[in-house]
Write a protein that binds this ligand. Sequence first.
Ligand code: ATP
Ligand code: ZN
Length: 296
Amino acid sequence: MLIDESRLHIAIQKSGRLADHSRGLLRDAGLRIQNGRNDLTARIENFPADLMFVRDDDIPTFVSDGVCEFGIVGENVLQESALDEREARFEIVARLGFGRCSLRIAAPEEAVYSGPDSLAGARIATSYPRLLRHFLDTHGIQADIVKMRGAVELAPRLGIAGFICDLVSTGATLEANRLRAVETVLDSEAVLVRTTRPGPEDKAELGTRLLSRIDGVLATRDSKYIMLNATGESLKQITAILPGAEAPTIVPLHGRPGHFAVHAVCQESVFWETLQRLKEAGASAILVVPIEKMML
Ligand code: ATP
Ligand code: ZN
């Protein structure tokens, strides 16, 4: 049998925009991916889990059906699938910060556009018919949706549709096709989804362990450990400047009365400007170091 029931299964994109980042995230979570078993699956050497390499469009189904307990997929693909009449049995458990893009409606550069009403009665080409329909319904607009699997940006030039609704990141593709974005249907990034189908207790426990590791990776990605020295009078101001640090540790410096060391985990990026402000507030010997692992 292909599926080993005692292990977790994680669906990730086989190849494409999310593939490398998805593997990278799992690797950062300490999972060693064994190469070369076959094209469809890979075993994790040091955790009871197997990866399944599939097309991103199939990931919501795999997770919803419980074939895979977890999946990494763009929110655009996930929400399109969640709008299906069938019950979607998955939940987003983490937003992953990569694969950022927006599903946007675009019009030919020269077209007159004055808001969603301009879409009334139009033909709009898209690979995301349900998300688009949802957007149009929300705005009370009647329009024809032309479903295309790819090359949506060519539709206006081919005379298939007046507008398109497609994924945009830099906008270069739109520009190259003389189109301009006029509405945002969804802002998307890659997400970790978990099945909501009930499963055996031990698998649920494995899932929680995996999730806690991934949460740890996400928390450390932007976090820094910051250390500095300060006088007693400046402590209040300095701790107020520290970005995203909830409870800094403050200890007296030996042999220097009135002087303290401040240590804190900053959950947000620490910029040079922040260091400058800390220095102006009276901090000295400021050290910012990366955090390798964190378990919250
Ligand atoms: P598959 O072969 O797995 O079906 P695909 O061609 O549908 O792949 P990709 O182009 O690899 O998909 O994109 C995967 C996901 O990457 C998208 O669903 C989206 O969430 C995200 N993404 C980020 N930026 C963009 C972009 N500029 N264009 C398209 N997708 C993007
Ligand atoms: Zn796809």
